[in-house]
Design a protein around this ligand. Structure first.
Ligand SMILES: Cc1cc2nc3c(=O)[nH]c(=O)nc-3n(C[C@H](O)[C@H](O)[C@H](O)COP(=O)(O)OP(=O)(O)OC[C@H]3O[C@@H](n4cnc5c(N)ncnc54)[C@H](O)[C@@H]3O)c2cc1C
Length: 619
C-alpha cells in the first residue's frame, strides 16, 4: 500500500536550463503581502496589539491565533522561520505513546486531540502514518507479558483519542512485520503491533501557519530580524521591542503586549525584561540521521527499542530515504549550534543494527540534523529527574511583573493549544476577553476543500519516482503535498520552462521552480533558507545539497539583488557550513553515498543485542 513504484528520475537533468533567464520578478500589480520589506516598513511606523518574538511553530501559532481573533499582530524572527527547533524535530504529529508510561494521560489526550485537528485543518501537510512495533523473542513465540504491556498501552492510546484517526491498533504476524521491514532479524522476531499516528514537514507546517496569519488574517511577519532589547513605558511595563534586521538599522516596534516565543532562547529574552537569566529552560539535544531506503528498508514507520537506555528510536520512511532518530541528551553548549557528534551518530546506528540483518555504517548516512528541545527545567515543574527523556513535554505560559508573556515547553503537535492558552492571557492583559479562540477549526492556507488527502507514497515529501508518462501527475501530487491549493500557482511560475520543473537537487523530490517560489512568496533570503527549510534537501542528502548550492544561488541571486561575487560567496558559505557539520559528526563530506555496502567504517552495535522491552520512543 505504501509502495511508491520504482523507476528513478530520468538520467538527464536539464541543468543547462538554469543558464537561461528565469521569469522576471513578479511585477506587482498586487503587492506581495508576505514580504519582508513591507512587514518591516509597517513595523517601524505602526503600533500593534501583540508583538511575537520568535518564528518557530510556537510563535507562528501565537501569531495566527492572535490575528484570527482580530488582534493587530506582528512577529519577528532572528534567523529564518523554523530555523530553530521547528525544522529539526522527528516530524511526527503524535500523541506520544511513551507518555502513557509516564502516566501523562491528559497530555496524550491533548496531543491526540490536536493531531486530529491538524489532520482536519491541514490535510495537505499532515498525513496519517502507520507505526510498526516489532516484538522480539523466539520466532513465532510471543512473550506473553511483553505482548500484554504493548496491548494495554495501545488500547489506552486508542481510547485516549488515537482511534479518531479512523484506525485501531492491530497485532501483526512476524511475516507481516517483515513485509514492512525486511531486514529485521527474522530469527528473533516473534510478531508485531501496528498503530497509527501522523507526520508532517515541520518547517513547512510552521511557514504555513505563519502565512495563514499574514495572508488570511492580516498579521505582519519578518524573518532575519532580531530582537535586541525590550522597551518599557513610564510605569515600567513592556511596551515594545528594539529590532535589528539583517542588513538594516535597529528600530523600535510599539506593541501593547509582547509575547516571548523564543524556544530555547526564551531565557535570553526574559533577561531583557528581568535583568537576569532565569535558567528556566533545560535544552535537550536530539539528532537524526538519514540513510537510503535501500540500506534500511522500511515502508512505514517503526519503533525500535534501545534496551540499555530504556528508550526507543523511530525509523521513518521518507520516499527514497529513511530517517532514524532520535537521541535525548542534556545540552549546555551554544544554543545556535547544537552540533551532532560521532557518539550521537553511533547511538542511532547501534540501535538500528541491533535489530537488523543489514548493518548500517557511518558511510551509509546521507543526511543529519540536530535540534534542541525547549524543555522546562525540572524545578519549574516540581520534578526531580536528571534524565532529559523524563522531563515533561507540557507547556507553561507566564507573565512577568513587567507584562512580558512567555510561552515555553510543548511540542510541534500541540502548537495550536499552546497558542490558544497564550493568547487567552494576551486578551486578558488587553482587557478584551470577549475575543474567543477561532483556530480549532481554522483551516491553514492552501488546505484543499473537502476531506482529508490520501497519503502519497512514502508520505509527505515522497520522491518523484515514476515513469516518464506519469511525471506530470507525480509532480502535481508532490507539490500538492507541500503547497495544497497553491500547487498550480507554484507550477505556473515555471511558465513553460521545463528546466524549472526538473529537480532542484539531484535525486530529491523538489523542483527548481520551488526555489523561485520560496524567494518570491515565502520570504526565503538565503541558500540555506531554500535547501534546509523551504525544502529539506540538506537533511535528506547533504552532499547532493552542497552540489546544488551554486545552482540554487544562481537561481535566487537575481531575485535577491545579488551580484555574481555574492552568488558565489553565498553558495560557498552554505557548502562550507554543511561540510563542517558532516565532519563534526564524524562523516566524510565528500562521500556521495554508501548505500551499496558497508563502506569504510565498521558497523556500530553488534546484531542480536536488544530485546523486547517496551522502551520509550522519544521525540
Ligand atoms: C530532536 C527533536 C525531535 C522532536 N520531535 C517532535 C515530534 O516528532 N513531534 C512533536 O510534536 N514535537 C517534536 N519535537 C518538539 C518540537 O520540535 C518543539 O517543541 C518545537 O519545534 C519548538 O518550537 P518553538 O517555536 O518553541 O521553538 P523554535 O522552533 O526554536 O523557535 C524559536 C524561535 O525564536 C527565535 N528567536 C530566538 N531569539 C530571538 C530574538 N532575540 N529575536 C527574534 N527571534 C528570536 C529563534 O531563532 C527560533 O526560530 C522535537 C524536538 C526535538 C529537538
Amino acid at each position: 500500500m505504501f509502495d511508491g513504484g520504482s523507476p528513478k528520475w530520468p538520467d538527464v537533468y536539464l541543468w543547462q536550463a538554469f543558464a537561461m533567464p528565469v521569469p522576471a520578478p513578479l511585477e506587482s500589480a498586487i503587492p506581495e503581502p508576505f514580504s519582508r520589506d513591507r512587514a518591516l516598513a509597517r513595523m517601524a511606523t505602526e503600533s500593534f496589539d501583540v508583538l511575537v518574538i520568535g518564528g518557530g511553530i510556537t510563535g507562528a501559532g501565537v501569531a495566527l491565533d492572535a490575528a484570527s481573533r482580530g488582534l493587530k499582530t506582528a512577529l519577528v524572527e532572528q534567523d529564518d522561520f523554523a530555523s530553530g527547533t521547528s525544522s529539526k524535530s522527528s516530524k511526527l504529529i503524535h500523541g506520544g505513546l511513551r507518555y502513557l508510561q509516564q502516566h501523562e494521560y491528559r497530555l496524550v489526550y491533548e496531543n491526540l486531540a490536536e493531531r486530529q485537528r491538524l489532520l482536519d485543518n491541514a490535510p495537505h501537510l499532515v498525513s496519517p502514518l502507520p507505526f510498526l512495533i516489532p516484538i522480539f523473542g523466539k520466532p513465532g513465540v510471543v512473550n506473553k507479558s511483553v505482548a500484554r504491556v504493548y496491548r494495554t498501552a495501545l488500547w489506552l492510546y486508542d481510547l485516549t483519542g488515537g482511534m479518531r484517526i479512523g484506525r485501531r491498533h492491530e497485532k501483526v504476524t512476524r511475516e507481516q512485520a517483515l513485509e514492512h521491514m525486511p531486514t529485521l532479524q527474522a530469527d528473533r522476531l516473534a510478531a508485531g503491533f501496528l498503530y497509527w499516528d501522523a507526520r508532517s514537514d515541520d518547517a513547512r507546517l510552521t511557514l504555513t501557519v505563519l502565512r495563514t496569519a499574514v495572508l488570511d488574517h492580516g498579521a505582519v511577519a519578518a524573518n532575519h530580524a532580531r530582537v535586541t532589547g525590550l522597551s518599557t513605558d513610564a510605569s515600567g511595563q513592556v511596551s515594545g521591542a528594539t529590532v535589528t534586521p539583517d542588513g538594516g538599522v535597529p528600530f523600535a516596534i510599539r506593541a501593547s503586549v509582547v509575547v516571548n516565543a523564543a524556544g530555547v532562547w526564551s531565557d535570553e529574552v526574559r533577561a531583557f525584561d528581568e535583568g537576569i537569566d532565569p535558567h528556566s529552560i533545560r535544552p535537550a539535544k536530539g539528532i537524526h540521521i538519514t540513510v537510503p531506503e535501500a540500506a534500511f528498508p522500511c515502508d512505514i514507520a517503526a519503533v525500535i527499542p534501545v534496551r540499555e537506555d530504556k528508550r526507543s528510536i523511530f525509523v521513518v520512511s521518507w520516499g527514497d530515504q529513511v530517517y532514524l532518530g532520535t537521541t535525548d541528551t542534556a545540552w549546555d553548549g551554544p544554543l545556535d549550534d547544537p552540533s551532532c557528534t560521532p557518539e550521537d551518530v553511533d547511538y542511532i546506528l547501534g540501535a538500528a543494527n541491533a535489530v537488523s540483518t543489514r548493518q548500517l555504517t557511518r558511510s551509509d548516512i546521507t543526511g543529519i540534523w540536530s535540534g534542541l528541545r525547549p524543555l522546562l527545567a525540572p524545578e519549574q515543574e516540581g520534578g526531580t529527574s536528571e534524565r532529559t527523556a523524563d522531563l515533561s513535554r507540557r507547556h507553561t505560559v507566564r507573565t512577568s511583573d513587567g507584562g512580558l508573556v512567555t510561552i515555553t515547553g510543548g511540542k510541534l503537535t500541540t502548537y495550536r493549544k499552546m497558542a490558544e492558552d497564550t493568547v487567552d492571557v494576551v486578551v486578558g492583559a488587553l482587557g478584551r476577553k470577549g475575543l474567543r479562540c477561532r483556530t480549532k477549526s481554522l483551516r491553514l492556507h492552501g488546505a484543499p476543500p473537502g476531506g482529508r488527502a490520501e497519503p502519497i507514497a512514502g508520505g509527505v515529501g515522497a520522491n518523484l519516482r515514476t515513469d516518464p508518462d506519469h511525471l506530470e501527475t507525480a509532480r502535481a501530487a508532490v507539490l500538492a503535498s507541500r503547497y495544497g491549493t497553491e500547487a498550480p500557482a507554484v507550477m505556473a511560475l515555471a511558465n513553460g520552462r521545463t528546466g524549472l520543473l526538473e529537480p532542484l537537487v539531484v535525486g530529491l523530490p523538489y523542483l527548481a521552480v520551488e526555489a523561485l517560489w520560496a524567494v518570491r512568496r515565502e520570504m526565503a533570503g538565503s541558500v540555506s533558507d531554500v535547501l534546509d527549510r523551504r525544502t529539506q534537501s540538506s537533511y535528506r542528502d547533504a552532499r547532493a545539497a552542497v552540489d546544488a548550492a551554486p545552482t540554487v544561488a544562481a537561481l535566487i541571486g537575481p531575485e535577491l539583488g545579488w551580484d555574481d561575487a555574492r552568488v558565489r560567496s553565498e553558495a560557498d558559505a552554505y557548502a562550507a557550513r554543511i561540510r563542517s557539520e558532516l565532519v563534526r559528526a564524524g562523516l566524510d563530506p565528500d562521500r556521495s553515498t554508501g548505500s551499496e555496502g558497508s563502506g569504510g567504517t565498521p558497523p556500530v552495535g553488534a546484531a542480536g543485542g536488544t530485546g523486547d522491552s517496551a522502551g520509550q520512543a522519544g521525540s
